[in-house]
Design a protein around this ligand. Structure first.
Ligand code: FES
Length: 105
């Protein structure tokens, strides 16, 4: 397991990116739940964020790829619109222990 951050570092409606293993991932908290995906757009396989730790659309309702604007459901990674519509972000396995978020590798 690889430690990513304290769960308290990930605020409701926000996202954080990590590049610890050479395979970047990002985490989002929505309605108290945490979701972690590989930072790889299913369209071109490139990283999604607009700026560091900035993976969400303006409303914070969906994950957005900054390159061509694909929008993904936070809970499922399902692409709702954009060039990869119907595809999914790849979930990353994680666990929370003693309020610390870990990537399972
Ligand atoms: Fe993400 Fe094209 S690379 S929408």
């Amino acid at each position: 397991m690889i430690e990513l951050c304290s769960v308290h570092d990930l605020n409701e409606g926000e996202s954080l990116g990590f590049d610890i293993t050479g395979k970047p991932v990002f985490a989002v908290r929505k309605d108290g739940d945490i979701f972690v995906y590989h930072n790889e757009c299913p369209h071109l396989g490139i990283e999604l964020e607009f700026q560091e730790n900035d993976f969400l659309d303006l409303d914070g309702a969906l994950i957005q790829c900054s390159t061509h604007g694909a929008l993904f459901e936070i809970e499922t990674g399902h692409c709702l619109s954009g060039p990869c519509q119907g595809d999914y972000l790849k979930p990353a396995e994680f666990t929370v222990k003693d309020e610390v978020l870990y990537l399972v590798v």
